[in-house]
Write a protein that binds this ligand. Structure first.
Ligand code: ZN
Length: 381
């Protein structure tokens, strides 16, 4: 890659830096020049402008400063997170960005909290339209008012090659939650669909009691196998979820009870494996859960249903954590986007009473909206 050559033009308020060889630099990195220019703008907090293959940044920026900034771009958006090879391609999958390494085949996540990630999602590498659009003169205000991405900016420094939602520490999670909430607040169009016809709205005392009783009876799945599994797990972990049998032993028990293929089995697990630390615990049991769910829609639904029942009936304190829980099951590829969206946009009384179902979905809305938005963006592409 050739070193960056820059030149200062104009004076006073109109003074700007021209990056003379941005085309060559970008070509060497296998990225559109606009990405590099935008990155400079975001990192340096300056306006950028491109017109007829001339790349401009407002203000005076030494070549050394630009070269340092470029190193950041290379780390975050070019190098393979595993073998550090620079020959990678940016791929967009379900609203997430990853670098696909041509050398080792590793897929490394790109920090989607970076402003450039948002730009790339809107202007993907192969998007002809995007290229055409950016070839005309455009200027973008950067570093102005606080934006959603600013919330995450403080920790977007350093090598984020291995950063993904779930790898981020607690602080990152909180920032991410804020970001998701802020984005969701900006989305007024996400509506929750209510299927009124499948729930007779009888609010008499008797009807309410009857429904409560019915739900009580359903707290653990009906058949003996599930009941045995559930009771066994609850008994073993009476004092602490740390006392749960190992995943291998749980799996053996499920085999013994001959309920390996039943979706209800994962529902029971969702109701018995977790406590307040559900986010971490999902990760701890990920192997077992994946083995049982196997990417099957019925099982995925049952798992969400079990979680809903556990949260809605037994641990309502977790309601505020619902977006984080959904993000975890999505990010860990335990539950597909489609199933989450379906679940999140339809109130159902299958697992809990309708008012609780609504409450849980209302809490889920920030994440659901974010997922819908990401989905729409990738559809446009
Ligand atoms: Zn690699």
């Amino acid at each position: 890659m050739p070193p960056i050559q820059s030149k200062v033009e104009g004076r006073g308020n109109g003074i700007k830096t021209v990056i003379v060889n941005l085309n060559e630099v970008a070509r060497a990195l296998g990225r559109p020049p606009t990405y590099v220019l935008k990155f400079f703008g975001y990192e340096l907090g300056a306006l950028t402008n491109e017109s007829q293959d001339r790349y401009l940044i407002n203000g005076v920026h030494e070549a050394g400063e630009l070269q340092d900034s470029l190193d950041g771009f290379i780390n975050k958006f070019v190098l393979c997170g595993s073998c550090k090879n620079p020959e990678t391609e940016i791929q967009i999958k379900k609203g997430l960005l990853q670098r696909d390494c041509k050398a080792c085949g590793h897929l490394s996540m790109i920090d989607i909290r970076h402003k450039l990630s948002t730009y790339i999602l809107k202007n993907p590498p192969s998007d002809k339209k995007g290229k055409k659009k950016s070839a005309t003169a455009t200027a973008n205000v950067v570093g102005g008012g606080k934006s959603i991405a600013d919330l995450a900016k403080n920790d977007s420094n350093g090598d984020s090659a291995n950063n993904s939602f779930a790898d981020a520490g607690d602080d990152d999670d909180d920032i991410l939650t804020k970001k998701i909430n802020a984005e969701a607040a900006a989305l007024a169009n996400a509506k929750i669909e209510v299927n009124d016809d499948d729930w007779a709205v009888d609010m008499s005392k008797e009807a309410i009691e009857a429904r409560a009783k019915e739900l009580d009876n359903l707290t653990l799945a009906e058949s003996d196998g599930y009941t045995q599994l559930g009771e066994w797990l609850l008994k073993e972990s009476k004092d602490s979820k740390d006392d749960l049998p190992s995943d291998i032993d749980i799996y053996k028990k499920i085999m013994e009870l001959e309920i390996l293929e039943n979706p209800e089995t994962v529902q029971v697990l969702a109701q018995t494996l977790f406590d307040d630390d559900v986010v971490e615990q999902i990760d701890e049991h990920l192997g077992l859960l994946k083995k049982l769910i196997k990417g099957e829609e019925e099982s995925e639904k049952a798992f969400l249903g079990g979680l809903e029942r556990y949260i809605g009936l037994e641990n309502q304190g977790l309601i505020e954590k619902v977006p984080k829980i959904l993000m975890t099951v999505y990010d860990k590829e335990l539950i597909s986007e489609e199933v989450i969206l379906n679940w999140g946009t339809k109130v159902s009384k299958k697992y809990v009473a309708k008012d609780i179902s609504k409450k849980v979905r209302k809490a889920a809305k920030p994440f659901i909206s974010w997922l819908q938005e990401a989905d729409e963006e990738s559809d446009e592409e």
